[in-house]
Every structure is written in structure tokens, then in C-alpha cells.
Design a protein around this ligand. Structure first.
Ligand code: 5GP
Length: 115
């Protein structure tokens, strides 16, 4: 179940600080507080969805289109169109720690791991 007091909900409401990269009606993007790559930004829809499964199953079409448009805008703003990873950890067992859907956008000169 969605917890309205999760840290990303607080950032969206303006109740917690963040270093913002991009924002529009559908999503915000901000720097990860503990980056795992030279560039590590989180893109977060404004709607209340716990993970990518919940979001793609339940968010209205305009919210989904708006979110992915915000991902693209964020990537363009960062200037990493041709060199980034987009990751959505889903479930605690897969490493999710904040249960408000978000996509990690990570870029580095050279990644140390391959999937
Ligand atoms: P997850 O593990 O859920 O896929 O990703 C959550 C991410 O949120 C982690 O990479 C973590 O560093 C980041 N994070 C946790 N708390 C905060 C915070 O208060 N501010 C920001 N900017 N990032 C956070």
C-alpha cells in the first residue's frame, strides 16, 4: 500500500529538500542523495504509485506519457542522450527502498558492470 509519508512524496510536496534537475505537471527529477554513478538522477511521477508495476497498471494514459516525456527531458537537460542507464528497482528483494515509483537515470564515462 502507498505510504503518503515516503521521502519522495515529501520532496514532491516541498516538505523535504532536493536538488532539482527538471519539473513539470507530471514529474520531477532530482539528484540522488547517494549517487552510484557520476550522474545519478531520480525521475519521479507526481502521482501516488508504489512501483513501475503499479504505475503502468493503474496510472492514466496522460500521466504515463507525461512521465516518460519527463524522463526524456531530464536526459536532454543532462546532455546524456547517448550514454545512460534507466533502472526501476521493483520490490524490496530487488533493491527498492523508497516505495514511490522512480526511475534511476545513471551515466558515467564507463560502467563497471554489464547486465
Ligand atoms: P531504490 O533503492 O528505491 O531503487 O532507490 C531509492 C534511491 O533514493 C536511493 O538510491 C537513495 O540514495 C535515494 N534517496 C533516499 N533518500 C533520499 C533523499 O532524501 N533525497 C534524495 N535526493 N535521494 C534519496
Amino acid at each position: 500500500m502507498y505510504d503518503k509519508d515516503n521521502i519522495f512524496a515529501k520532496i514532491i510536496r516541498g516538505d523535504a529538500p532536493s536538488t532539482q534537475i527538471y519539473a513539470d505537471d507530471y514529474a520531477i527529477a532530482f539528484q540522488n542523495i547517494a549517487p552510484r554513478a557520476k550522474t545519478h538522477v531520480l525521475v519521479v511521477p507526481r502521482g501516488e504509485y508504489t512501483d513501475i508495476y503499479d504505475f503502468t497498471a493503474n496510472a492514466p494514459a496522460d500521466a504515463q506519457a507525461g512521465f516518460w516525456n519527463a524522463v526524456r527531458k531530464t536526459v536532454e537537460k543532462l546532455g546524456i542522450e547517448n550514454n545512460f542507464r534507466a533502472v526501476a528497482n521493483t520490490g524490496a528483494g530487488a533493491g527498492q527502498s523508497v516505495f514511490h515509483f522512480h526511475v534511476h537515470i545513471m551515466s558515467d564515462e564507463r560502467f563497471k558492470t554489464d547486465f
